[in-house]
Every structure is written in C-alpha cells, then in structure tokens.
Design a protein around this ligand. Sequence first.
Ligand code: NAP
Ligand code: ZN
Length: 350
Amino acid sequence: MSQARGYAVHNDKDTLKPWNFERRALGKDDVSLEIKYCGICHSDIHQARGEWGNSMYPMVPGHEIVGVVTAVGSGVSTFKPGMLAGIGCMVDSCGHCDSCRSGHEQFCRDGKTVYTYNSYELDGKTLTFGGYSDHIVCKASFLLHIDERLYLPGVAPLLCAGITTYSPIRRYGIGKGHKLAVVGLGGLGHMAVKFGAALGAEVTVLSTSASKREDALRLGASGFVHTSNKSETKAVAGSFDFTIDTVSAPHPYDAYLRMLKPGGIHICVGIPTEPIAVNSFSLLDGNKSITASSIGGIAETQEMLDFCAANGITSDVEVISASDVNAAYERVLRSDVKYRFVIDCKTLAG
Ligand code: NAP
Ligand code: ZN
C-alpha cells in the first residue's frame, strides 16, 4: 500500500477537498505512475454531483491522466521507470470476453469494465480513485504510451475528450468530402473540430456561445453557427453528413436533425441527464439516424495518441492549481472553458 493525496467529494452536494487515501501495493502486472496532469471532464462533474444516479463516495474524479512511471511490477516489459504514460477512463476489464478481446473493453460482456474512478476493482469491493491525485497504480495493459514531443498538459485531455471524439470519427470514416457539424465547443467539441479538420472534413461548429466564433475558426472549423440566431440555423438546414453532439445538458435534437442531409447521422457523445426525445418525423424525413458512442478501447486510444503525435495535435488547455478545481467546475458549467481545464498535480502537495 502507498499513501496518496488527492481531491475528493464525499456526497453529491460536496465540493472537492483535499483527501488522503491508500493505493494498492504494486502487483506483478502493475505500473506506478506519478501523476503530472489530470484533465477535468464534464463527466467528472456529472458523477461528483450524482447526476447519473450511479455515484459512490468518497469519489476522487479524474480520467484524463498523464504522468511519469516510477516503478513497474516484475511481469511488466512495456514500461520502464522514467517513461511517460497515460491513463484514460478504464483501468481493467475481464480480458477474455468477445468485447475485451476485440479491443472494446468499455463493453466488457461480463460487466467487468473497471472505470478509473467511481467503479469497483475486479474484486467487486474495492473502490477505484481517479486522477485528481498525486500517483496511481494501474495494470500495465491499460496504460498508454505518450510521445515526449507533445506538450504534456495538452495530452491529458486526449485520454477522454480525444478518444471519445476520435473513435466515432474513425468508425464512420468521417473525412475528405464530408460536412461535419460539431455541436458544443467545449472539451470534447474542440477535439472533434481538430480531428475532423485534420482528416479533411469540412467542419462547422454549432454553438450557443456567439463569442466562440473566432476560436472555432482558429481550431480548424470553416463554419460557425450561433444556434440562437434563426437566420444562421436556417442557412444550414439539410447541410451536414454527420453531427457529433457533445452537449452536456438537455437540448432540442429535432433542431439539429433538421440540419442533416438525407441519410445523415447524428452521433451523441454528450450525456445529458434527460432521455433523448426526438419527433419521429425528424428521422423519417430523410432516413436520418441518431446514434451514440462511448469512449474507445485501449488499442484505439493508443492509435489516437499516435495520430496526435504524427499530426502535432493536443488539447487547448488552461492549467490550474488543484485548489482552483471547484471554481473550474463552475466555469465549465457556464460553458466558459477554453477548452479544457487541466490540474497541475504537483499543486496537490501540502
Ligand atoms: P464541456 O466542456 O462542458 O462542453 C459542453 C459544451 O456543450 C459547452 O461548452 C457548450 O458549448 C455546450 N452546451 C452546454 N450546455 C448547453 C445547452 N444547454 N444547450 C446547448 N449546448 C450546450 O463538456 P465536455 O467535457 O466536452 O463533455 C460533454 C459531454 O460529453 C458531457 O455530458 C460528458 O459527460 C460527456 N462525455 C461523454 C463521453 C462518452 O464516452 N460518450 C466521454 C466523455 C464525456 P457552446 O458554448 O459551444 O454551446
Ligand atoms: Zn471524460
């Protein structure tokens, strides 16, 4: 066992406060990582506040983790002390079902996907604690390799915001010749813009914040629609092949479906607390589809990190001290994030 220091909430009304807890002893197949940076995902806020109804406390959020390996178990050959490594949303799974063997550990058929926090280890009784902390012990096969040339704080959000948008973009082959709409310019949204543009798609941002127009264009979009401006939304009716919807709050799906071409596909990655409500005619008129996508498997996450290294892609981040995490949550909720907060984990000490 080792003593860890982190930030935790103890119930759904709590704010994050410093908290000391224990990490497991390094096992044969484990790696110990000194956490350098951890991104703040909107999912952290949903779960810290019990909005998905599955929260377990105390909770140390954080699943966008990058750091330096400090020790490896006797059975580990893929990492060595001193190497950079990352951890995303999962830290273990059964490893032998169809889903796990085909690289979709997030869909473990045995129901044994172990999430980085707010989850039980495979023993079914030990809670996992996430990356708002100074170090973590993790099975080596769930650790990702990071290219040292990339700006490390900007790599952390790739571990969730990156893979969650990269995965559906690759699955649907979105790229040259496609018109892609990205709904919501936050952590996930700005990564969807970067990936879509890097792969040659013509990207338009659909945003509730008129002030984000310039940023959208700088990030790689060629179009921007302020969704409360009726003439702007009318001008893009029937325009897009695909929509990646990153919105975290209830919103009107019919309005976005109207902007798809016939045969268009609306891909939900945002997880609002309300069920998705759609008028049937919004789908019937043009044989449109609405679907969803959940993070991405470990092999695909490595592929995404390698793609980022090859194309010089990182997240646009605002690095904060751990003591500013509650204020950062409030800014995320006001859609005032440019475009991901990342905790500098050395500020956890003391
Ligand atoms: P975020 O940084 O807060 O971005 C969400 C953006 O949605 C906001 O910046 C805002 O952009 C827009 N928005 C907010 N409220 C809105 C409303 N009422 N109507 C329309 N647009 C609104 O959040 P994030 O970290 O990117 O996460 C987004 C969602 O994805 C969360 O629900 C999160 O839990 C979920 N998520 C899912 C997965 C997955 O596996 N599918 C993985 C990670 C996160 P504008 O200012 O541009 O309108
Ligand atoms: Zn996340």
